[in-house]
Ligand binder design. Sequence first.
Ligand code: 2HA
Ligand code: ZN
Length: 278
Amino acid sequence: MKDILTAPFVVEMEKTTANMYRLGWDERNGGNISYLLEEAEVKEYLDLSRVIRRIPLMGVKQASFDATPLEGKLFLVTGTGKYFKNVQDDPETNLGIIRIGKGGKEVELLWGFRDGGRPTSEFPTHMMSHMARLSVDPENRVVLHSHPTNLLAMNYVHELDEAKFTHTLWEMCTECIAVFPEGVGVLPWMLCGTDEIGIATAEKMRDFRVVVWALHGVYGAGKTMDEVFGLIETVEKAAQIFMLIGSRPRVNTIKDEDMVKLAELFGVKYRKDFLHLK
Ligand code: 2HA
Ligand code: ZN
């Protein structure tokens, strides 16, 4: 068996959490990531028949929650209450590799959470988001939640209408419409760690890879860690420009007609209804 600490997926998770911490997006225990792994890639590092412990999931309504499509699937996931700041120094305590048990109501721990820890309290929302993304993109593997600073600030001063919010972001950097042509979904403030926010997030995830949780943070999803990280950093950059402009009068802007040219140049399918075209 190879050393799990050298596995590319573990190293990628360490680097991503460290980056996000240093960007100031994931203070304290803020943020969580789940990474769907291939059995073949994990088998090189772990004996998949060795279950360390079984962990029932909290925050799910046992009767209605159903993650049957994920049964048997393996995930690398950040731990509840754990700090992104500490992942790189002690991955085995702050991360875990789990296999989804019956209906997704419990998981089997195969590695990690060495101090008796458990997956992020947001894991049910992650599972629902994975199912939603997989239904529209069978290659989706990463779901990530974070509290990017400027995006959060923007939530306090910008209308939370999806079309308007997306349009403003698209105006803030030329390539935004090419990076997230489907726009961003926006949910109103909701209580986190509940079935309700999980269901609402998953519903948005059918149409968007980025879903803003108003006054809280953001969920991102994609095929690779780079794709999801790139999405969030582009949205955050646009929000930063918006906040830097503040209430100063805008002298110049990117026009909707220019955005169309860009989307056409990149050959992306974009939300035409989020633009005001003549
Ligand atoms: O994991 O960010 O939303 C801590 C959080 C919960
Ligand atoms: Zn959060």
